[in-house]
Design a protein around this ligand. Sequence first.
Ligand code: GAR
Length: 221
Amino acid sequence: MAKKKLRLAVLASGGGTNLQSIIDQCQSEQIDAEIVLVLSNNPDAGALARAEDAELPHCCINHRDFADRETFDQQVIAALQEAGVELVVLAGFMRIISKVFLVAFPHRIINIHPSLLPAFPGLHVQKKALEYGARFSGCTVHFVDDGVDSGPIILQAAVPILDDDTEDSLSERILQQEHKIYPQAIQLIAENRVRIEGRRVKILGAEKSTNTLINPPLRAL
Ligand code: GAR
């Protein structure tokens, strides 16, 4: 009998490279999930073109057509419920999620953010990490709560910052890791291995690693 697949909606405002990595891994059955809706608030989003190319159900709900955040979110919730969505995957979705959305999908909304949270929440975070002089940045997959990039953390990838990095070069290396950890987090949820315990998230059966990263690396003595 075919395995039951987790029903995903991917919400994206921009180019949609994270969406693409999820599409690819669903298609190659590396993850036990299917995208039942791609939704954007931006009619020009590259993500919608990617959905079209992959022949996935997609729609645009333009936030500019709504008087306030709650009314926009109500419309989005209706579309997600209509599609029978089980997990809402924010992939570069540049809208704050209101309470009404959180209540409709409790612990069922995840986000990816291009920094090692809780450092650098918000916007333009690769630039901020560079300007701060951090030696590591990275990316974080987390559950969405009522704060900005503040929910319980599922997975993180650390990316070293190099002396000659620009905002673009750092963003690109972080993005490569995003494309790996986001599908992985979705698969962990599909396998029902993710437990939220207060602020902490436990991953059942995860391998343990105490490998430490040092940047720049230690010199051999
Ligand atoms: C990604 O880097 C994602 O982490 C970021 O937007 C980019 C979307 O790229 N999200 C945020 O900053 C949310 N706070 P993509 O459209 O190519 O997937």
